[in-house]
Design a protein around this ligand. Structure first.
Ligand SMILES: [Fe+2]
Length: 301
């Protein structure tokens, strides 16, 4: 297992100003105040210079998921493995790396055409989080094990078995568990972890998604943080995709709200931490201990 964490996301938005208001005033993330020549805006949640890059676009979608490697050597080894397996790799320029606040990165498409940016050496500036809404903190590190990434994302993968092999054999994630959600006709979700105790950093959903991402997740430190955020989301008129609930696999107590443009954001707390040395992947036929009643926007039409 060579990937350290899912470090950042690039998000395309038709209304970056609205996304920033949502990110700061609802989610409680901090405007990173980074000047960008292309006009992107940045949200931070911890010591990292940013976790979400919000880029102006004529579509709303996930552009790329940034995956961190623990060293330049590990990063180069992963690129060699991908090239040997026949995947096209585009090395980022020094200027592009600087924009992402990383030492170096390369872009590759997974077999479902999700874009990954593989990088090493995040440039940390240790500006502490000052949440504009008073969120006590976001769970992104664990004691001495270091970075656990921003949270997780769930990527569409109609060809899920081939895509899972790509991640586990070439990218370097480990399979955590497989879920067959009830009432979804055998559709499968594979949850995968990086080399940190977070239960999953990237998951694969066995179907398509028009936004290029099924949801993204951020984990706050306390249930009070989650409750206050849901109050703010309700006040701001956000659509709730799923009510408060607790997942079986990662124990996350969370709700799902839609960002401007429609990307679902899971906002939770209580995620379990796992020692991978002593772990056996599981297969589940139930995703929730309680709650998480879904309400898709199309149900209103
Ligand atoms: Fe999730």
């Amino acid at each position: 297992m060579s990937v350290s964490a899912a470090g950042y996301l690039r998000i395309a938005s038709t209304d970056t100003a609205a996304w920033m208001v949502f990110g700061t005033e609802v989610l409680g993330l901090m405007d990173a105040q980074i000047e960008d020549t292309a006009g992107a805006q940045f949200l931070r949640m911890d010591d990292h210079p940013f976790r979400f890059m919000i880029e102006s676009s004529d579509t709303d979608s996930l552009i790329a998921t940034g995956l961190e490697y623990p060293s330049e050597a590990a990063w180069r080894a992963a690129l060699d493995t991908l090239a040997t397996a026949g995947h096209d790799i585009i090395l980022g320029s020094a200027e592009e790396a600087q924009r992402r606040c990383v030492s170096a990165f390369a872009t590759v498409q997974d077999p479902a055409d999700n874009t990954l940016e593989l990088y090493w050496g995040r440039n940390l500036d240790y500006v502490p989080l000052a949440s504009p809404t008073g969120v006590s903190g976001f769970v992104t590190t664990y004691q001495q094990t270091g970075d656990m990434g921003f949270g997780h994302c769930v990527l569409p993968a109609p060809n899920i078995d081939a895509v899972t092999d790509f991640y586990t054999q070439l990218i370097g994630t480990g399979l955590t568990d497989t879920l067959y959600p009830p009432g979804m006709g055998g559709l499968k979700i594979n949850f995968m972890h990086a080399n940190n105790p977070r239960q999953h950093s990237v998951a694969l959903f066995g179907g398509p998604h028009p936004l290029g991402v099924v949801h993204i997740m951020v984990e706050a430190q306390t249930l009070d943080d989650v409750g206050a955020t849901l109050d703010r989301a309700k006040k701001a008129g956000c659509h709730f995709l799923a009510t408060l609930g607790r997942h079986v696999n990662d124990n996350m107590c969370s709700a799902y709200i839609l960002a401007p443009g429609g990307i679902a954001v899971e906002y939770g707390c209580d995620g379990i931490l796992i020692d991978w040395e002593n772990y056996v992947p599981t297969v589940s036929v139930e995703g929730d201990l309680w709650g998480h009643e879904y309400h898709f926007p199309s149900m209103d039409e």
